[in-house]
Design a protein around this ligand. Structure first.
Ligand code: ADP
Length: 285
């Protein structure tokens, strides 16, 4: 009797797994490009790069989704001016929050009471990320940008397992010798997980004086570029330190749209061109 009950439970579990798998595939098949943004270390500007990449493509008329997969330190809602928003659930699933320029945004922040700290164990994080992909009504998207937490923990592993057809990862770093070691780890990590690498972005690469236009190297520069060249991975470009970037982050208005003429935005648009170039080549293969 006990054996029969166990077998029935096992069958029910298998059925549930295959329904979930099917659901995930159906949702993800509707998204043309899935791109994750990773960094070996926090505070290098990974989330800033994510929201500005998303904004740049949305400005070109693309339908863009942004998934904040940073369960412990979600910052996408703040960077897109969506703090305090809550998700709505319908019969077809969880609706993403409407962001600027028609962007569809999902973050754990939309589920939590304000400022609530989150304590998550590995399997729960995996579950949350799976639900973000399979239970959210993303619809037809040109791009889904996934902001992963720094380092090489559960979240990037979950994403790699759940999205075996990911189009690529963008690695964000700062220009220092330490950063180059960290980038090397991020490259190895992406390679081990079979995630194609679109390239490396070096953020906070020098400071351009807004008064005289002279560039000062605040951190010892070139580490990210050198490392990507050594590893044979494309270098997508660098973004200077710009005080307006920080102001825009606090206001929730990505600099690529709100300060189009700044040195940071111009540098960023070159990175966007390089990402487009990679994707165009990738689709020809
Ligand atoms: P991460 O996601 O890697 O932790 P964030 O994107 O949250 O990093 O950026 C960390 C801080 O650095 C934020 O306050 C952001 O506004 C600021 N920042 C990021 N890039 C730049 C830049 N190029 N110039 C000036 N400030 C920047």
């Amino acid at each position: 009797m006990a054996l029969e009950r166990n077998m029935a439970q096992l069958e029910a579990y298998k059925k549930q797994q295959s329904t979930e798998q099917q659901n995930l595939k159906e949702k993800m098949d509707k998204i043309k490009y899935k791109i994750a943004i990773i960094s070996g270390k926090g505070g290098v500007g990974k989330s800033t790069v994510t929201v500005n990449l998303a904004t740049a493509f949305a400005m070109m008329g693309k339908h863009v989704g942004v998934l904040d997969a940073d369960i412990h330190g979600p910052s996408v809602p703040r960077l897109l001016g969506l703090e305090g928003q809550q998700v709505k659930t319908t019969d077809s699933g969880i609706l993403p929050v409407a962001g600027p320029l028609g962007m569809e945004v999902m973050s754990i922040d939309f589920f939590l009471p304000e400022q609530a700290p989150t304590i998550w164990r590995g399997p729960l994080k995996m579950r949350a990320i799976r639900q973000f992909l399979s239970d959210v009504v993303w619809g037809e998207l040109d791009f889904l940008f996934i902001d992963l937490p720094p380092g090489t923990g559960d979240e990037p592993l979950s994403i790699a397992q759940l999205l075996p057809d990911m189009d690529g990862v963008v690695i964000v770093t700062m220009p220092s010798e330490l950063a180059s070691t960290i980038v090397k780890k991020a490259i190895t990590f992406a390679e081990r997980l079979n995630m194609p690498i679109i390239g490396v972005v070096e953020n906070m690469s020098g400071f351009i004086c807004p008064h005289c236009g002279v560039k000062t190297e605040i951190f010892r520069s070139g580490g990210g570029k050198k490392m990507s060249q050594q590893a044979g991975v494309p270098f997508l470009g660098s973004i200077p330190i710009d005080p307006e970037v920080g102001v825009d982050s606090d206001k929730g208005t990505p600099f690529v749209s709100s300060h189009k003429d700044s040195a940071a935005a111009k540098a960023f648009m070159k990175i966007v061109e390089n990402v487009e170039g990679y994707l165009a080549k990738d689709k020809q293969r």
